[in-house]
Write a new protein. Structure first.
Lengths: 657, 657
């Protein structure tokens, strides 16, 4: 295999999209196509097994491995699998119609389970960088500096109908002259209403001396009530190059959105909350820059998803009326705003895009998760559940969507749980119990000594304790069992997961009855929300063709155990997909694709919100769900079948005060 | 004649424009149509003599004087002259096609000589106010506050495709609730490129509680090198309600743009210059508000015209490269910018619109004057001269325009003239000389005691002295004359215009040989510019069908005397029109009409600039013009005819060192 020299620059032209890209010799042709924004299919994510990325090499030389997906005849015609092809000389590549299907699946990063769900989008970030070399002015051609720049962009890149930020005009004359009339321009496009005749108006937001196209980054954030997650994205190749997660510093002003809103109404309260989340965000940005060695000035965009209250507080919009009936947010589509004007420490040219809000309790985290997981693209009846401090649920497909929100509580993010913590290194995530001696085996994230319990760990622990008969279906400990792991503690009965010497904290890590109570309330609210929403649209859980679970509880959520404890409906396990932080996923995808940006706007508009807070059905469902898995055995037949096999003694209920 | 009660509100609906307006009973129907933005013709400006404003009263009662312009048959059909009609009851009025011609002339204010030149524009200011009453939210209808507002604007006013300023979102929730869901919204539209499919995107820039439509004002400014003029405009009726003029405080840093640019390159220089003009503007705004008793928060827009250097300094854009070959401005079309961000003391919602710049020495004052005087609307070959500190000239018509600039010097604004002053009260403007005893009669602006000499006064004085033989054609005094008015002074010979007791300054007001020298250089530069420009496009001065003169020298410029001294070409006097401050005129018209706003953008783009600074023809013409009226008698046949009739002795040249 020829190695090729990555320093040698090769120009690849893609038809019929008519887009060009310059890449290093030897680079993968599929990756080049994605980076160029050519509309190309690759269902398997580039591993060579699906054969959907066939392209015709019209001119130039490539090196390509022929797999069984390509017939001899096709090979003769010049067809190659883009993912199996390396670029050797300047190329003209034609992407045939069968390789350009809207159902393309492009997996863009190592962890990209999420990206595979949203399909058919092109890699065309809302911000673009253009390098232009301008002819210096002469007496015969002394148009203004800005006109010269715009003329150059038109001529070289066929850009038209641009608007320009005033700040760009201010620094333009000096930069043009200092750089010898060679500059890089950053443009931003915002979502457009899908209406005939509307053209995008690229906004020129920055100009830099020289060719800085290689330094092209953006930030994606999920602002959660409990945690804030951020990613630094490389926009030439569509990669996550650094990520960070921190507790939202607002936590010291209350654990859930209701207490935060109450705090915001105190004198100076809103400002303090805004400062707290800004400090969190700025801290994460610092981490990301340090990790990646990226210079802050090369960050060009910031996409933020989060629930309505979190977004409003970040933007300095009083959240007062979110809490008061009839629960109205300030805006669904927040106009673009300069990130630095809010206090976010990025360049002055960076605009913040806030994901569209659906309702007071169905925020930009949900519209983000929905477009991120492509629910809006499929006819399949899908249930989408985002389990955070607030639980938010969507049911629907490409034609319609109904949403609801239930205040589940922060148990899955470690809130209200004695040793609860976010899904970070040291969090107990795996849990097995030896049925004979009731001794546990725990596994932590990162394999470190245990520090606490994350959300996915909590599910595994409660399910394991239930299946082993250590707790009953009401969540209470069976205190008659022959094990020292169950003992009385300050908060009532508890089970010891890790003994002090095996922990990082030097204390026993336990799960208490109070923890389990909180956990049951949380899962009951989520499940009751699903039941109510499913019924409200006239279907049953068994009609659901797909269930997408989003949440920050850790990456190894066990669907079977989640059903065992009654969090998810009892339907075939293969209909479930776990996408991790769906809100962050959508924020990342919007940073990569203007198509998804337009989708976000459209999706938020098509959602109908069902208000659960005053819904009698929901309250009944909730009470019925305060049991493991549920008081109604018909709702969880497969679970009752397993529990039914346990020795009677282990299911015996202990009645405590 | 029925008086009608102005307190009684009458609704008038105009077809086919489908616009409504509410006016007081008894109000004039033409004025109502103009205020409503109905596209109506009125060539005579509403005096009843042209008959072009005929409308059909479809429903409702009016009172109308029938003139000979209306046949009995027409009157029977329900046709009325809008200008002769008073509104009595709610009306539906149809404007027939012949009354809707694009050539309509609408004179909109008392002083409106200028407005009559630009034709065919509708009264539709770039900012509009809309009062909306919104249904309060309910649990069934709890969309966001912003969505509710936009829905209301769509429903009530058919507005669509709006963008919204972030600041509006920030204050919206509280204002909506404090006002009982009744608010007034201000929108702004900017110029659009004339391209098919482009729709305007009204930008929501402000929201106020209650109905504030009656409080609808804007500001128009001309930023001159020497003086700054501002007007406060009422936008419901299109009237100037206050005006102010002040010296540009930058004067202490240099008299002309070149010295200002030099100053801007000193450390902190640009900032000092910007602060100086901001102080001037803020001072005038204060005056205007005091005069009019208008509250600053009701000013919604600011339109600024001025030469390139003045605009760039105001905007904080370094003017360095204006002065260095090849003379490039920073931008031709400056993006909209918040006025308060620059330091202008108006509400935070106010955007500044800067008139498009053509070249480094052909600024937004020229594009403003051209659209203000409608040069771009006519096939007539027109010469447009703006005589300020810099002289700027345009030749062309609706198809093409060529511009040039000649550094004339500030003589016409009082600069470089011993007793020179701006055209304000006390300025000597009229001047007659008794041929027998050479005693002067002077008249001042406002009839006050003399304070100094304004630009138009200077023309009258020099022409009068020349015609009386007090000075020769080289501008030197004839010291042999039997009058004590001519005497030696500190600056050489001088002529006493007003003796100390008759003045406000307690000193003799004189005109000196140095003044006359400066004056001749100024008029020579202007005239040479005209000659060069006229020749460059292959015509002669006699081909000019219209000459429009703009300048701040006072309102009573005498065309005949201006020709006598060789400032303007010697062509029939009736081809001349004087429009006063053309730059301010355009700024006012743009504030009144979005049509003119679009024109401004188009006109600036169609202008070709001829660089005179290195043009040999111009230098030759300039030297030949340093004489009264000109060294070449053939250029000024009518003047030489008059001068030829003077006694020989009076024309005798005195040679002085």
């Amino acid at each position: 295999m020829t190695e090729g020299s990555p320093n040698k620059k090769i120009k690849v032209h893609f038809e019929p999209d008519n887009v060009d890209i310059v890449v290093g010799q030897g680079e993968n042709l599929l990756e080049a196509a994605i980076a160029a924004g050519a509309h190309i299919n690759a269902s398997c994510g580039g591993t060579g097994v699906c054969g959907t990325c066939k392209v015709l090499i019209r001119e130039g030389g490539v090196e390509s491995t022929r797999t069984e997906k390509l017939s001899e005849e096709e090979y003769e015609q010049g067809l190659r699998q883009a993912c199996q092809t390396r670029v050797l000389t300047d190329l003209t590549v034609y992407v045939p119609v069968e390789s350009r299907l809207e159902s393309a699946v492009v997996s863009r990063e190592s962890k990209g389970v999420g990206e595979a769900l949203a399909t058919g989008w092109r890699f065309n970030p809302p911000i673009s960088k253009y390098f232009v070399e301008l002819p210096p002015p002469t007496l015969e051609d002394n148009v203004s500096d800005l006109s010269r720049l715009i003329r150059g962009l038109k001529k070289q890149y066929k850009l038209s109908n641009m608007t320009v930020d005033f700040d760009v005009v201010k620094k333009l004359p000096q930069i043009l002259r200092d750089s010898g009339w060679k500059v890089t321009v950053t443009t931003l496009v915002t979502a457009v209403e899908p209406r005939a005749g509307d053209r995008r108006r690229p906004r020129v937001i920055n100009v830099e001396p020289g060719d800085t196209r290689e330094k092209h980054y953006s930030l994606a954030f999920d602002i959660g009530t409990t945690t804030v997650c951020g990613q630094l994205l490389e926009l030439n190749r569509g990669k996550v190059i650094a990520e960070g997660i921190e507790y939202n510093q607002q936590i010291s002003h209350g654990q859930d959105v209701i207490t935060r809103i109450a705090y915001s109404q105190k004198p100076g309260g809103l400002q303090k909350l805004q400062q707290a989340v800004l400090a969190t965000i700025n801290g994460i940005i610092n981490q990301l820059l340090t990790q990646s060695q990226v210079n802050i000035e090369h960050i060009g965009h910031l996409v933020v998803a989060g629930n309505t209250t979190m977004l409003q507080i970040l933007l300095g919009l009083d959240p007062k009326y979110i809490r008061l009936a009839p629960y109205t947010p300030a805006a669904n589509l927040v106009p673009p705003v300069k990130a630095s004007s809010l206090g976010i420490k990025v360049g002055e040219h960076v605009y913040l895009f806030a994901f569209p809000i659906v309702a007071s309790y169905v925020g930009g985290d949900i519209s983000s998760g929905i477009v991120g997981s492509g629910v809006h693209q499929r006819k399949k009846l899908t249930l989408y559940m985002d389990i955070g401090t607030n639980g938010e649920i969507v049911i629907g497909n490409s034609d319609w969507m109904v949403t609801a929100s239930c205040s589940a509580g922060p148990a899955f993010e470690g809130g209200g749980i004695k040793h609860g913590m976010v899904a970070a290194n040291g969090a107990i995530e795996e849990f097995e119990i030896n049925p004979s001696n009731l001794e546990p085996t725990v596994g932590t994230i990162g394999g470190e000594k245990a520090k606490g319990i994350c959300g996915s760990g909590l599910i595994n622990i409660v399910a394991g304790l239930l299946e082993a008969g250590v707790i009953g279906q009401n969540g209470k400990f069976n205190t008659n069992l022959p094990t020292k792991r169950i003992r009385g503690g300050r908060d009532g009965y508890e089970y010891v997961l890790s003994r002090a010497p095996e922990t990082q904290i030097g204390k026993d890590i336990v799960i208490t009855e109070v923890d389990i109570d909180n956990f049951i309330r949380t899962k009951a609210a989520m499940y009751a929300g699903c039941q109510t929403l499913v019924k409200s649209v006239g279907v049953t859980c068994s009609d659901l063709e797909q269930v997408i679970i989003a949440g920050a509880f850790g990456s190894h959520i066990d669907m079977k155990k989640s059903i065992t404890i009654g969090l998810f409906p009892d339907i075939p396990r293969d209909r479930f997909t776990f996408i991790g932080n769906g809100s962050l996923l959508g924020a990342r995808l919007v940073s990569f694709s203007t198509d998804i940006l337009d989708d976000a706007r459209r999706v938020a508009k098509m959602m109908t919100n069902l208000e659960l807070s005053e819904n009698a059905d929901f309250m009944n469902n909730y009470i019925a769900a305060l049991f493991l898995p549920h008081t109604n055995a018909n709702e969880f037949p497969s679970v009752y079948k397993i529990l039914g096999k346990l020795p009677k003694s282990k299911l015996k209920q202990r009645i405590t005060i």
